[in-house]
Write a protein that binds this ligand. Structure first.
Ligand code: NAD
Length: 346
């Protein structure tokens, strides 16, 4: 583990298995300098269990950076549950997972990520208090996805203002990869702002819905990155921007919800060289964790959430300006700022 390329000084990497429920999970706690590590739990089928460990490590480090950049009093952590290959009892699985979270003793607070819903959070809550993203209870914040979608939408506006010198999105073309909880919500905002949508997903039903409800144009998943658009918004899984996809990009802006959009960090410089403005993913998609932080504080205050989203816009503008002035790619500028904030927690 200490030699793992993504270890990056993690404070703790916890591995769990529970024969009764079939649970196999990894909870990674990257950094708690700013507060307890908070980040979602992902339920996913991994071809190789080592991929699950790598995913947890990369995602938890990104949470440290994300929470620091969003100015939250939270550290960074993330968990993955390896989806059992056979039929499984979801309640038993999430109960066992809740016990795993409890055993970390409050250093890690969980919420939803891909494949996990507020219903699952309710099951976890039966075993531990270190859970947020609940849809009932005194400070419940519910599904974080709508706030994430709002943050991505605001980020696209900031990027368009910076790159295209336009104050409005009216008439622009935006490609959205993945119409899940966040992607679909983002599409609704974009549609309301007068954007022409080009979308893809592996779920046909949601594509039909986007076509009927939002007039979206549908393309196959393997060509979405090459669509003739102004903005590309990856909202499925990581690695959307790679050596293979980048040469085909027509968009001048990349801003989406997915975590770890750059397949490798050097893709940031590759974007810059091509004149593509990359809005760093963990800054753009912080809306959900901002919403979760409101719940963790014990009092859900929607005004506080809105203020943090305003701050997110300012942070993104600062990154774009610094990148321009320092001749650096935006991902490097964001990483430098995040590391400063981790070393000097406010
Ligand atoms: P989700 O599971 O609801 O949606 C993902 C969507 O992507 C699904 O509709 C799925 O069918 C689709 N998809 C999967 N593989 C695809 C492919 N190859 N091509 C096209 N579509 C594909 O997840 P979500 O909550 O909407 O999150 C989306 C992304 O945003 C994830 O990377 C997640 O980590 C990140 N994120 C989510 C939140 C949040 O609040 N939910 C917060 C921060 C970051």
């Amino acid at each position: 583990m200490f030699n793992h390329p993504d270890f990056d000084g993690h404070e703790g990497v916890h591995v769990f298995s529970d024969a009764g429920s079939g649970l196999q999970a990894v909870i990674a706690v990257h950094n708690t300098a700013r507060g307890p590590a908070a980040g979602g739990t992902r339920l996913w089928s991994y071809a190789d269990p080592n991929d699950a460990v790598t995913d947890a490590l990369r995602l938890s480090k990104a949470m440290s950076y994300k929470n620091a950049m969003a100015g939250l009093s939270l550290g960074g952590g993330k968990a993955v549950i390896l989806r059992p290959n056979t039929n499984f009892d979801r309640i038993a699985l999430f109960e066992a997972y809740g016990r795993a979270v409890e055993s970390v003793g409050g250093k890690y607070i969980t919420a939803e990520d891909v494949g996990v819903s507020p219903d699952d959070m309710r099951i976890i809550k039966t075993q531990t208090d270190f859970v947020a993203g609940l849809d009932d209870g005194p400070a419940a914040s519910g599904d974080p996805s709508p706030v994430t979608a709002e943050g991505v939408f605001r980020s696209i506006k900031v990027a368009v203002r910076h790159k295209m010198r336009r104050g409005s999105l009216e008439g622009l073309r935006v490609a959205v990869q993945g119409l899940g909880h966040v992607g679909y919500g983002l599409c609704k905002h974009l549609h309301a702002a007068g954007v022409h949508l080009i979308v893809t997903d592996i779920n046909q039903a949601v594509l039909e819905q986007a076509k009927t409800e939002l007039g979206a144009e549908i393309v196959e998943p393997d060509v979405i990155h090459a669509a003739q658009v102004d903005v590309y918004a990856p909202c499925a899984l990581g690695g959307a921007i790679s050596k293979t996809t980048l040469p085909d990009l027509k968009a001048s802006i990349i801003a989406g919800a997915a975590n770890n959009q750059l397949a490798t960090p050097d893709m940031g410089e590759a974007c810059r060289q091509r004149g593509i403005l990359y809005a760093p993913d963990y800054v753009v998609n912080a809306g959900g964790i901002i919403n979760v932080a409101a719940e963790v504080s014990g009092i859900y205050d929607s005004n506080w959430v809105r203020t943090k989203l305003d701050d997110l816009e300012i942070t993104l503008e600062t990154i774009f300006d610094m990148a321009l002035n320092q001749d650096l790619p935006t991902n490097i500028v964001a990483d430098n700022l995040a590391r400063q904030r981790l070393q000097n927690p406010d």
